[in-house]
Design a protein. Structure first.
Length: 264
């Protein structure tokens, strides 16, 4: 278990994403290519917004939302509202939304059950929710390599991969289903989605991590330049295991969990 309080976890998460927002935004093409099939499955599961609908996009990071606003305007999407907010304490009207989706975000909540209860409260009866998170460590070896190497070079002990607020915190089999049901959702189903990250080389993957993977940067940011260089070199060496003649493919597996607020 994490020794940090939920508020400390949120503060660290907010700070990390404030620093990584620009890099994450610049990596948009790579992120789209990586997550496109999983995103389509998530949206299909929760239903899509029609021409007369609207979208509220809350996030804990104001910097992330600024880029979201600019990207929405550039795409001509006038029906998207952004709002800084805490998923565990949403300030929205009860029973006012038809659907809730969350792509690789719920696992950062220190108390995900609170976030799911907020989503339940926001949904209209009969409304749907779909959430994407990473599955178990053995199916996401690149995350394990990055985290274990960063911890080792930072002189820190290994961490429980399922600790609250971490990348793999909701990957334990059956956990997300149980949380959905405890929050009140029915029709709960979970499917596994293969989501390899394909790039020309391990170095390209590490370039992505350097600019946009905030949990790793939190650890390495405390080291001097020489120690950081040694950590990156060790990561690259281990990640070469996923190189092939046609490119680099880092294995990732996601869990897509769907639920509904009962109509009655």
């Amino acid at each position: 278990m994490s020794s940090l309080s939920p508020e400390q976890i949120k503060a660290a998460t907010r700070q990390a994403w404030e620093k990584s927002a620009d890099g994450w935004n610049r990596q948009t093409p790579q992120i789209h290519a990586w997550l496109a099939p999983a995103t389509v499955a998530m949206l299909d599961s929760a239903r899509r917004v029609g021409p007369g609908g609207s979208v509220l996009a809350p996030d804990i990071s104001a910097a992330i939302l600024q880029f979201a606003q600019e990207n929405a305007q550039r795409a001509g999407l006038a029906n998207v509202e952004i709002r800084v907010g805490d998923a565990e304490a949403l300030s929205v009207e009860a029973a006012s939304f038809d659907a809730v989706v969350c792509r690789l975000g719920l696992m950062f909540c220190p108390e995900p059950l609170l976030a799911l209860r907020q989503a339940y409260r926001a949904l209209k009866p009969g409304g749907h929710i779909a959430v994407l998170v990473f599955s178990e460590p053995q199916h996401n070896p690149c995350i394990g390599i990055l985290m274990s190497t960063a911890l080792q070079h930072a002189g820190l002990p290994p961490r429980d991969p399922f600790q609250p607020g971490s990348l793999l915190s909701l990957g334990k089999p059956g956990l997300l289903d149980a949380l959905f049901r405890e929050a009140g959702f029915s029709e709960v189903t979970t499917s596994r989605l293969d989501a390899p990250f394909r790039l020309p080389s391990a170095e390209d993957y590490l370039s992505f991590v350097r600019t946009s993977a905030s949990p790793i940067m939190q650890l390495l940011g405390q080291l001097d330049a020489v120690a950081q260089a040694a950590a990156w070199a060790a990561m690259k060496d281990k990640l070469q295991a996923f190189q092939s003649p046609i490119g680099w493919a880092g294995p990732n597996e996601l869990l897509l969990t769907h639920g509904a607020r009962p109509a009655q």
